[in-house]
Design a protein around this ligand. Structure first.
Ligand code: A2P
Length: 342
């Protein structure tokens, strides 16, 4: 079997670590795992894909002789290095928002629009974490009933803000119950996150929405290839370690019914219906941490729409919202034989 040389930019970060884990778990054929990060981590030793690797500082030459580079080091680093990677004939799969809305860059959830990988131009974008989880729930319903518009409120875990976000929650919780106060090195969140909710993720725009909330609208339209779908989203940071939850109220073109909605979700790869409220079964973040599928529950007719459904979706944002989706894109590039840089 052919093996591939793969670079991970941001290998020491929350998503980078999950990428390494998933490459191993899913037995991606790795010939070389090149661990790239900032100069702060250069020289650190880490196990990856069966070998002890030394983390290297990312620079323009880091991509020589690589087939694929998965970037998870923020938009600025993607902007700094993606073109160097392309010039080295290395296909970029990017977790940041740097190129998501670029019309020449496919924005991919393999179960939904993987066929677009056939026409990539060397950079492939991974969607925003909440958008990926929401669309895993909405896409089967969209195929069956035709999505017209939806309202979403997200409940986003602290690991969505990286390893520092997790540390901040942990520190604040410990400090609440201890006389000895641990000093917090920096503030990742705008307010205290322990035992609190913060209705503010990313920066505010003039219209009052945040950039994160706009990603739900813009990326949904791009992935579903329909610019008329209406989306209004409120993003909330919650004191949960891992897995994002989303409350969704969606209106459809065709008349809806719950049995057909259930069947559509049950028949769609990558999502499971976990919906027996009377037996206390509904998706929750603790049950979807380190789970490859997303969960949908609380599926019911929406009381405010004529053709509407209300639902609750949960997914591990570090996996389906980032690392897993990126590894699935790499797998799909191999399967479709389109691992070439144009
Ligand atoms: P480093 O550990 O050297 O700072 P997280 O999302 O968990 O905060 O992780 C961010 C990731 O992005 C880390 O792996 C971090 O590496 C990496 N990173 C930060 N700055 C750079 C940079 N200038 N070049 C490459 N990687 C970077």
């Amino acid at each position: 079997m052919k093996k591939y040389r793969i670079g991970i930019v941001g290998a020491t970060g929350a998503v980078g670590q999950e990428i390494i884990h998933l490459l191993e778990k899913r037995e991606f054929p790795v010939a070389e795992a090149r661990l790239l990060a900032s100069e702060r981590s250069a020289g650190r030793e880490m196990q990856a894909c069966g070998n002890l690797e030394i983390v290297k500082e990312t620079n323009e030459n880091s991509f020589e002789n690589l087939d694929i580079a998965i970037f998870s080091a923020g938009s600025q680093n993607t902007e700094n290095f993606a073109n160097a990677a392309r010039k080295s004939s290395c296909v970029v799969i990017d977790n940041s928002s740097a190129f998501r809305m670029d019309k020449d860059v496919p924005l991919i959830i393999p179960e939904i629009n993987g066929e677009l990988l056939e026409h990539h131009n060397g950079i492939i974008a991974n969607p925003n974490c909440s958008t990926a989880v929401a669309l895993m729930a909405l896409f089967p319903l969209h195929k069956r009933f035709g999505l017209k518009r939806f309202f979403a409120s997200t409940y986003q875990a602290v690991s969505g803000a990286g390893a520092e976000g997790v540390l901040e929650l942990e520190t604040q919780v410990k400090n609440k119950f201890s006389d000895e106060q641990i000093e917090q090195s920096q503030n990742v969140f705008q307010h205290e996150i322990a035992f609190n909710l913060i209705p503010h993720i990313d920066s505010f725009r003039e219209d009052g929405y945040t950039k994160e909330e706009l990603k739900m609208r813009n990326e949904t339209r791009k992935i579903l290839d329909n610019s008329s779908i209406g989306v209004s989203c409120t993003c909330v940071r919650v004191p949960v370690y891992r897995a994002h939850s989303i409350s969704i109220n969606a209106e459809f073109d065709a008349p809806v019914n719950v049995p057909d909605a259930r069947t559509s979700i049950e028949n769609f790869d990558g999502v499971e219906l976990w919906d027996m409220p009377n037996s206390l079964r509904y998706p929750m973040p603790i049950n979807y941490t380190e789970k490859e599928v997303c969960g949908v529950g609380r599926l019911r007719l929406d009381h405010a729409f004529n053709n509407g459904l209300a639902l609750w979706a949960v997914g591990d944002q570090l996996w389906k919202g980032a690392a897993l989706n990126a590894v699935q894109i790499a797998e799909e590039l191999v399967a479709r034989k389109c691992l070439k840089n144009i």
